[in-house]
Ligand binder design. Structure first.
Ligand code: TXD
Length: 315
């Protein structure tokens, strides 16, 4: 059976991190693409040279030619510009719409049967651009944000309670922005819903939800020269692994909603099952009136960004 081919479009901070993780997990052979000459080749070779040390049988190749992604099984897209302090994710929209459109045209041409995971911000709007330009079915186009947001929430819960991250689950819905909706009553510690966990006050829970919402900005402010990359890289690789190994994990992913949660034609984070067919199912749960209102607000923010894309004349 041939190894899977994983194309990483964008060889920046997240692209490089994903190349290392994909090789270490032996998900397949990695093609690292970027428009900047030398960077994907250098990072690719560097990661390739880790494989004898780590004992992993994956190859990693850097390139500036889209020809090399031909026949890829999965494409993971980070191409674009990241945030700097003081910028919101939405400030990136015009530049990144043009970049993601170009990437999408090349994926359509060279890897027409691939699954596509988008990471570029503003996330939900960029998933929309990718789906619109490629015309791929919605099961093959998804955005990575919720896995990261819920990982952040889990990390904060673990830091607060001292309990292993392995026994903590977290649930985050909505767009990847300040309006995202961390759902505490569906987040658990050892199976116990957060609000019922001994010693965890409503105030502490609210503080962790807020920190999750601002988790990206917290890191941008600390780094000053870019945004988070280790956890975003790990999150996207977890999604790719669930598809490649048909793990059928439930992850919050940005996908096209067609009536789920009362929203039609909107790309936003909802829980899905990821397996060999890509997005195999959207899991819809009952929300309280407050939760529904928060999700509607988040969907409204995504809708606005989608119309900025539509009115930009770029597509
Ligand atoms: O949860 C999430 N989805 C995110 C998203 C979490 C963190 C960061 N998120 C976003 O990912 C961030 O706002 C950016 O839009 C992307 C990529 O972040 P990264 O930190 O990897 O950015 P880099 O290091 O600047 O890398 C981007 C690369 C860089 O090497 C550019 O040369 C390349 O993209 N680039 C291109 N590649 C291909 N084609 C084109 N046109 C292109 N333009 C730039």
């Amino acid at each position: 059976m041939p190894r899977k081919k994983i194309a990483l479009i964008g060889a920046g901070q997240i692209g490089g991190t994903m190349a290392l993780l994909a090789a270490q997990k032996e998900l397949g052979d990695v093609i690292l693409f970027d428009i900047v000459e030398g960077v994907p080749q250098g990072k690719g070779l560097d990661v390739m040279e880790t494989t004898p040390v780590e004992g992993c049988n994956s190859t990693v190749t850097g390139t500036n030619s889209y020809e090399d992604i031909r026949g890829a099984d999965i494409c993971i897209v980070t191409a674009g510009i990241p945030r700097k302090p003081g910028m919101s994710r939405d400030d990136l929209i015009a530049t990144n719409t043009k970049i993601v459109k170009d990437v999408a045209e090349n994926i359509k041409k060279y890897a027409p049967d691939s699954f596509v995971i988008i990471i570029t911000n503003p996330l939900d709007a960029m998933v929309y651009v990718m789906q619109k330009v490629t015309g791929f079915p919605k099961s093959r186009v998804m955005g990575m944000a919720g896995v990261l947001d819920s990982a952040r929430f889990r990390a904060f819960i673990s830091m607060e309670t001292g309990v292993s991250v392995n026994d903590i689950t977290a649930f985050v819905l909505g767009g990847h922005g300040d309006t995202m909706v961390p759902l505490s009553r569906y987040s658990t510690i050892g199976g116990i819903p957060l609000p019922d966990y001994p010693g965890l006050s409503a105030e502490k829970i609210r503080a962790m939800e807020d920190r999750t919402r601002n988790g990206g900005g917290e890191i941008v402010n600390l780094l000053k020269t870019g945004s988070a990359f280790y956890a975003p890289g790990a999150s996207a690789i977890a999604m790719a692994e669930s598809i490649i190994r048909d793990q059928k994990r439930i992850f919050p992913c940005a996908v096209l909603c067609e009536g789920e949660y009362g929203h039609k034609g909107i790309f936003m984070g909802v829980p899905v099952i990821l397996g060999e067919k890509g997005v195999e199912k959207i899991i819809e749960i009952q929300l309280t009136a407050d939760e529904k209102a928060a999700l509607d607000k988040s969907a409204g923010a995504v809708k606005e960004l989608m119309s900025v894309v539509d009115n930009s004349g770029i597509l």
